[in-house]
Ligand binder design. Structure first.
Ligand SMILES: Nc1ncnc2c1ncn2[C@@H]1O[C@H](COP(=O)(O)OP(=O)(O)OP(=O)(O)O)[C@@H](O)[C@H]1O
Length: 631
């Protein structure tokens, strides 16, 4: 059974990758809602950015406004320049003298406006990069804080876990991306409106032509971006499988096995197949999108250039001055650029929306309210009681445990034995309240575990699971993790390492307790399986205040001498602690006060070693079998 989930390893929700991938869900019929879908999360993204830094968000808004309005101003000044030049030329022709200032002041003004645009754009990019850093940090902290409140069941739900991984992966770029694109869309809309204000003086019809010309391409872009958005969302299990395969093929903890079993070609082939299916869909969508985009875009271009020709004709026939013509031509050119920038923003916004919907679904995941408040039980000293406990994993149909009843008194020791999958680890997960029983109840000191304050409860339990965590930190910190209050306490590290039999090999390491472990960081030392297990055992011993000590197969990777020493130690230091031990080695469980033989989630036999041997049932048979193996 696995408890720890390696970071960045997404799991796949569907039992297996579907061979034939069904077509995407039908499209949303309401075109308006498709179009406005692009703004779905803009408000929330903006609120997030605003909370991150008000001055920077305001700065961003101001720069956007300036960068939106000034191009029209520049076009208008352009007109003034040309008209002033024409007037100055006429004046020069008539009088032979030149008046410089009336012309050059406009050139100066235009230079000023262009400088202001450049400043606004620099301001935009500077503020964006600062906000990106702040926002990435803020969103990541939000994600991790939320992770701390989630239950183990939620982490074990692959869809949910996928949301968490995706949320984390793109935390720094997406929310800001959405705000930037929303702003850029606004900026371009402002530009277009201001160009419209100039154009209306030429003819209101010109505006109408331009709007009608531009609309189809807008609608088509919104539609196809919406399709892409739905496609992304719907095929997330396949993409998740791809990321998983990438991880298996390129991570140090799996590469050993992949190499030795020669799995690369097989996994790579699977990887390629998924890509090919997804690529086929992408290609179809891209071709349709670009073809329609081109054809409808052509309509817009035709409208623009129709209006352009109209301006030229009006100028030739003397209805417009040369300055006005220059301005209108500039307005048309820049209007087109603003339009295509808006389209780019729209398509990007759908993807950002996808991210944000994922982020908010994750952040809004309901968390069960913590009800327990007890810091002391109703009957202190009563120990642990399981009363008819049954448990079914969420989403499963069959119970994993049923009618489990047991009692451990302070100072008592319990051993659990049973075949793989019989439910031993699950029992520990219930005791540590990682899950709650589906039936019956578990009492500690006479009070239901559910009524205990969770922190108090967890402080009383020291546990190592089979799949304990190998922290890529210093040796000492790996021990200190067992008791956060003594995380840096070197004296306590040494004491725990002595009891966990890790003292000797730690002393031989180059930096002793300060040696970096694992391969992720420079100079990190890798340990053997048994050495890691000793580290984990010592970590459990760090929890001095705990009076319930649980070891789930703590010695599977240790040599025989170490194992014997661990149990001698375990018994010696047990004192009035309650100890629970899971092991497949019968020689190690024989001294427990109570041995439970679990089979298919039920207690098959119970008693101490002598009585179980006398009963001559499953325990006795397996014990003799193992003993024979050692003869
Ligand atoms: N998170 C989970 N979700 C659903 N089913 C699970 C989960 N964890 C374990 N199971 C199922 O519960 C059953 C009991 O698992 P458990 O890990 O408790 O067995 P175990 O007795 O500790 O086995 P082992 O000796 O192999 O460690 C198994 O059939 C397993 O498939």
């Amino acid at each position: 059974m696995t408890l720890g989930i390696p970071p960045e390893v997404p799991r796949v929700s569907s039992p297996h990758l579907r061979k034939t991938i069904p077509s995407p869900p039908p499209e949303d019929n309401n075109r308006l809602s498709v179009f406005f879908g692009v703004f779905r999360y803009s408000r929330r993204a903006l609120a997030l950015v605003w909370q991150t830094s008000r001055p920077l968000t305001l700065g961003l808004a101001v720069c956007t406004l300036i960068a939106g309005i000034l191009p029209a101003v520049a076009a208008w000044i352009g007109q003034l320049i040309v008209d002033a030049v024409v007037a100055a030329m006429a004046h020069h022709r008539d009088t032979g003298s030149v008046e410089w200032w009336p012309v050059l002041r406009y050139v100066l003004a235009e230079a000023g406006v262009i400088a202001a645009i450049a400043m606004a754009q620099r301001g935009l990019s500077a503020q964006q990069s600062l906000l990106r850093a702040l926002l990435g940090q803020k969103v990541n902290v939000m994600i991790l804080e939320k992770a701390g409140t989630l239950s183990l069941a939620q982490f074990e739900d692959s869809e949910f876990y996928d949301k968490l991984t995706r949320a984390r992966r793109e935390a720094s770029i997406r929310p800001l991306g959405l705000v930037n694109k929303t702003f850029s869309l606004l900026q371009n809309a402002i530009s277009l409106i201001s160009f419209g204000v100039l154009l209306v003086q030429f003819s209101p019809w010109a505006i109408l032509i331009l709007v009608i010309g531009a609309l189809p391409v807008f609608v088509s872009e919104a539609k196809f971006s919406g399709d892409a958005f739905r496609l992304f969302r719907w095929r997330s299990p396949q993409t998740r499988m791809q990321v998983y395969l990438e991880t298996v093929l390129a991570r140090e903890d799996s590469i050993k096995e992949v190499k030795l079993f020669g799995l690369e070609p097989l996994l790579l082939d699977r990887y390629r197949k998924i890509f090919n299916t997804l690529y086929g869909e992408d290609r179809r969508l891209t071709i349709r999108r670009e073809t329609w985009g081109f054809l409808l875009g052509l309509l817009g271009t035709l409208a623009f250039y129709g209006a352009y020709a109209w301006v030229v004709v009006e100028t030739v026939t003397g209805q417009l001055t040369l300055g006005e013509m220059t301005m209108y031509l500039m307005v048309f050119k820049q209007g087109q650029a603003a339009l295509s920038a808006s389209l780019t923003s729209i398509s990007g916004m759908y993807e950002d929306n996808l991210y944000l919907s994922n982020l908010y679904e994750y952040l809004e995941q309901p968390v069960a309210a913590e009800r327990g408040t007890l810091t002391q039980g109703a009957k202190p000293g009563d120990g642990i009681r399981f009363e008819n406990v049954g448990f079914t994993y969420p989403g499963a149909t069959m119970p994993v445990l049923s009618t489990i009843s047991l009692h451990i008194k302070p100072g008592g020791s319990l051993a659990l034995v049973g075949a793989n999958g019989s439910g031993k680890t699950t029992l520990i997960k219930l005791l540590t309240r990682l899950y709650e029983p589906s039936e019956g109840r578990i009492l500690l000191d006479g009070s239901d575990l559910r009524d205990w304050d969770i922190q108090t409860l967890r402080r009383r339990i020291g546990v190592i699971f089979q799949d304990f965590v190998r922290y890529q930190m210093k040796v000492g910190e790996n021990l200190g993790a067992g008791d956060v209050a003594a995380f840096e306490d070197e004296g306590r590290w040494q004491e725990a390492a002595r009891r966990g039999l890790a003292e000797t090999f730690i002393a031989d390491m180059p930096g002793g307790y300060h040696t970096q472990l694992g391969r992720w960081f420079k100079d990190g030392q890798e340990l053997s399986g048994g050495q890691w297990q000793k580290i984990a055992l010592s970590r459990a011993y760090m929890r001095e205040s705990a009076d319930i000590l649980v070891l789930d197969e703590p010695t599977a990777a240790m040599d025989a001498a170490a194992e014997a020493a661990v149990f001698a130690n375990f018994r010696e230091h047990g004192g009035d602690k309650m100890t629970i031990l899971i092991s497949h080695r019968f020689s190690t469980v024989r001294s427990a006060d109570l041995i439970l033989v679990i089979d298919g989630g039920e207690i098959l036999e119970q008693g101490d070693h002598t009585s179980l041997m006398a009963t001559n049932g499953r325990y006795a048979r397996l014990f003799r079998l193992q003993a024979k193996g050692y003869e």
